[in-house]
Design a protein around this ligand. Structure first.
Ligand SMILES: *[C@@H]1O[C@H](CO)[C@@H](O)[C@H](O)[C@H]1NC(C)=O
Ligand SMILES: *[C@@H]1O[C@H](CO)[C@@H](O)[C@H](O)[C@H]1NC(C)=O
Length: 473
């Protein structure tokens, strides 16, 4: 029995893409089985339990192997990234035991790890298991991260203090240093140190699998393969196997039946509704929620808006899932009533893939998380890019300047966006010539995305090459 062991980082976004990679491998190469190592959640990672149960029940060739829980005093950590890195660091010995256990009953043909799980590389090397990365963001960010140790060596300053434009091979626009990955802005933090160490490990892998497709990110993929992102060093083979999206019915949520928002969308005109949703971790302050409401109301556009509760002031609850939002207290007085003919507000969660593919959706205001970006591209929905955390500012830059599938939401230095900006961008997306231009581009990209995943397409070819490399190993 040949098995592939996958090791995702905690967090719904990372887990879903890794599971989809597993399903993609099984679909084309059903002789393998897949084992997924799960780090138990000790903080807000989105509700993974229902999702894991759903996959276990529907995909029998995928087995979940739960690693022992790590208990942490969450008060002590400055950011969710710091929590994640600590959990993964402490899971290190458990990963070795898991690989040894799995090896007793199967041949582990390959071990595929998330970028954050670099600690596992030396273990797998000792056990003589070829290890690959699965990078769950795009090739632009991958190129940047491979290049990151080189940038680090050329300066003693933090990105936060540079106020300059950085050149990264394969990413055409110069990147403002303030657009760097959020937990990387300050050089003196443990998050920065961890990310630098993770980045240094790319060349030690047998290959890097990316959730993208060739024609979406030609330039960064070419630059990485030509070794420009690791000058003087080794670059492992790159396999772009995307877009891998969460399949319908597997996105979690409260399960069963058609969601009300889809029934509502059925009654709206074609491509008339702008959808606003900001990922499983994107939370706005109460003041920002009101500002969005005012902007939406003034825009005059139809909207479907997923509203989540603001972050808790209680430090011990910072990393826990927020409670259901109380819409009457969070939104401006009378807002729901005044917009009831053209707006629909959903609490906490919507079936995003189904929503984006609905005929009535004409635009998407997104936090630029990579999974959301791919979902929008495949559904041919143009975007307004409003980055919140992680690598999302870099994604915004690429979506707006290079791919030209999104409009830029201007976000102030304190992360605030005024109602006027929301109003103007939403109007521009739905009514302007510029909006029509990006719609045209995203429609072309969606055709290319489907072609990549068809027999003979670039992503299927990349998967075949990848599997071939396991057989030789
Ligand atoms: C885990 O963290 C400790 C303390 O920061 C560090 O010394 C150690 O190298 C880390 N382990 C791994 C596998 O990175
Ligand atoms: C960065 O500098 C260190 C110390 O001089 C060196 O060992 C390392 O190879 C350099 N890395 C890159 C990517 O230039």
């Amino acid at each position: 029995m040949e098995t592939i062991v996958l090791y995702p980082a905690p967090g719904m976004g990372h887990l879903i893409s890794m599971v989809e990679l597993g399903k993609f491998i099984l679909h084309h190469h059903p002789s393998f089985s897949i084992t997924i190592l799960i780090v138990p959640p000790s903080f807000n990672t989105g509700s993974t339990t229902a999702y894991i149960r759903h996959i276990s029940a529907t995909v029998p060739s995928i087995t979940f192997h739960h690693l022992p829980a790590i208990s942490l005093d969450l008060d002590y950590f400055p950011s969710i990234e710091a929590v994640v890195f600590e959990v993964l660091n402490r899971s290190h010995p458990h990963v070795r035991r898991a690989l040894e256990t799995i090896s007793l009953s199967a041949t582990v043909s390959a071990f595929i790890i998330d970028f954050f799980c670099a600690h596992a590389l030396p273990i797998a090397a000792e056990l003589d298991i070829p290890t690959y990365y699965f990078f769950t963001s795009g090739a632009c960010v991958l190129g940047f991260l491979i290049y990151f140790p080189t940038i680090h060596n050329t300066t003693t300053k933090s990105f936060r203090d540079m106020s300059s434009l950085l050149h990264v091979p394969g990413i055409p626009p110069l990147i403002p240093s303030s657009d760097m990955i959020k937990p990387m802005l300050d050089r003196d933090t443990t998050e920065y140190e961890n990310l630098l160490n993770f980045a240094k490990n790319f060349p030690n892998s047998a290959g890097i699998i990316v959730n993208t497709f060739e024609s979406l990110e030609e330039k960064p993929l070419k630059a990485i393969r030509e070794g420009k992102c690791n000058p003087g060093g080794h670059t492992p083979p790159i396999f772009s196997v995307g877009p891998l999206l969460a399949s319908e019915g597997s996105q979690g949520g409260s399960g069963g039946g058609i969601h009300d928002c889809l029934n509502w969308l059925d009654k709206q005109p074609s491509k008339s509704v702008v959808y606003l949703c900001f990922g499983s971790l994107g939370l706005f302050s109460a003041a920002q929620l009101k500002e969005i409401a005012v902007g939406l109301e003034r825009s005059g556009q139809r909207f479907l808006w997923v509203v989540r509760s603001p972050p808790s002031d209680d430090k011990s609850k910072r990393f826990l899932p927020p409670p259901e939002p109380d819409l009457d207290s969070l939104l401006p007085a009378g807002f729901l009533d005044r917009t009831k003919d053209r707006g629909f507000v959903v609490k906490s969660w919507a079936p995003q893939v189904a929503v984006l593919n609905h005929e009535s959706i004409g635009g998407f205001v997104t936090h630029c998380g990579w999974n959301s970006v791919l979902e929008a591209v495949c559904a041919a929905v143009p975007m307004v890019a409003w980055p919140l955390y992680a690598e999302q500012k870099m994604n915004r830059l690429v979506l707006v300047e290079d791919m030209r599938v999104a409009l830029r939401m201007e976000v102030a230095e304190d992360d605030f966006v005024a109602a006027e900006e929301v109003e103007q961008r939403v109007r521009e997306l739905m009514e302007s010539e510029k909006g029509r231009e990006i719609r045209k581009v995203v429609e072309e990209k969606s055709v290319e995305a489907r072609a990549a995943m068809r027999e003979g397409g670039s992503s299927i070819a990349a998967l075949a090459k990848l599997v071939e490399s396991w057989k030789r190993a």
